[in-house]
Write a new protein. Structure first.
Length: 363
């Protein structure tokens, strides 16, 4: 028997969420972030569902190739940009856009053989201190790009937020985002070109950051990073259900301990279920006892340690929990954000972490 674990991708939810992004930022174009295999949802499937997006954003040239191979003709932005000179020829062959975030990339562009000009997104470091030019380097970098025949006209100016998940609400700690907005505006004053600042949380919570291009990722998959919220709080729909089945049901006596290292002790004689899912599938081993799961649609919890192929769940008070009963690990009825919170991570990491042995199906 094939392992019953399966990730169902809800393409209608992807389309719905894209519509939500457009409604929230009606004057912006949408770059759908589909890096990391569409946040684990399957790049081709996601791109087809989101074919109405104005552009795609990816983190690897192989993902540009895959998008072109299925006929996606929109701009595709390679987020890390040019890593080595040969990437320039690849970008040209794939008609892809490049982020330019570092002087070494400017040099590679300037020294490249003449050829088809590349559309460039000039990235500023406005305070996150990951990628980007410092504010006082931006005008010079822009001038050098503009002067290079290898760069297409219409350089886009972009920024990335560190803390936009703190919403622009009274009492929230939005200072870093306010500061980044200010630095961006000052550093780009007088420069022509479209602007792109907003990730999902900024689309949801920082209308002042919408600008010409929004770049949502997580929100398209129905996930929220805003503390204490789930995607549904913003009208988003979960795009993935991770489900499996019980493959054993047993009664365990009071005082007996369950699983590796005997971390969980039965407080009473009780029914216990064994579900076919574990960290070998990408379910987090860090998920402690108490992490929510649904058995036959009813609220239950992980008990004992998650192992590679299996996990144990509490069947007290659950009706219909026989061998073969459905177990939902996350999905529209059990937000991945809640599972992630219990496991000390974010929903993005969980959907990205699914391993190859998990079947992805579409519905
Ligand atoms: C991943 C990424 C995004 C999308 O972030 P979300 O939180 O998923 O919306 C936007 N911009 C850049 C540069 C990114 O790397």
């Amino acid at each position: 028997m094939a392992r019953p674990i399966c990730a169902t991708i809800h393409t209608d939810a992807l389309r719905h969420n894209l519509g939500q992004m457009r409604q929230r930022a009606p004057n912006s174009r949408v770059m759908a972030m589909v890096k990391a295999d569409g946040y684990g949802h399957g790049l081709e499937r996601v791109a087809r569902a989101l074919a109405g997006a104005d552009a795609f954003g990816v983190a690897d040239l192989s993902e540009v190739e895959r998008l072109r191979a299925i006929g996606m003709s929109q701009p595709v932005l390679l987020l890390p940009g040019i890593n080595e000179p040969v990437d320039i020829a690849r970008l040209r062959a794939l008609n892809a856009d490049a982020v330019i975030h570092h002087a070494s990339q400017l040099e590679m562009l300037e020294q490249a053989d003449a050829g088809e000009p590349i559309r460039c997104w000039l990235k500023l470091d406005t305070g996150m201190h990951r990628l980007g030019f410092a504010p006082d380097e931006v005008h010079q970098a822009h001038a050098r790009l503009s002067a290079s025949p290898n760069v297409a006209p219409g350089i886009v100016l972009m920024n990335h937020f560190a803390s936009s998940d703190a919403l622009d609400r009274e009492g929230s700690s939005g200072e870093q985002t306010r500061a980044q907005l200010r630095v961006f505006a000052e550093a780009t004053a007088g420069l022509d070109g479209a602007r792109s600042l907003a990730n999902s949380a900024a689309v949801l919570g920082w209308p002042a950051a919408h600008a010409d291009w929004i770049r949502p990722g997580g929100a398209l998959y129905g996930m929220s990073l805003v503390d204490g919220t789930v995607g549904a709080d913003f009208g988003l729909r979960a795009a993935m259900t991770l489900s499996t089945r019980l493959i054993a049901v047993k009664r365990v006596c009071k005082g007996e301990r369950i699983g590796y290292s005997a971390t969980w002790e039965c407080p009473e004689d009780m029914p216990v279920g064994v579900a076919a899912a574990g960290y070998g599938d990408g379910y987090p081993r860090a998920a402690p006892a108490g992490t929510p799961v649904l058995v036959c649609g009813q609220s239950s919890q992980v008990i004992g340690r998650v192992s590679m192929d299996l996990m144990t769940v509490d069947l007290r008070g659950i009706e219909g929990a026989q061998v073969g009963a459905p177990v939902t690990l996350w999905g529209p009825e059990l937000p991945v954000e809640r599972v992630a919170l219990a496991a000390g991570t974010i929903g993005y990491e969980l959907t990205c972490a699914l391993t190859r042995r998990v079947r992805l199906v579409e519905r």
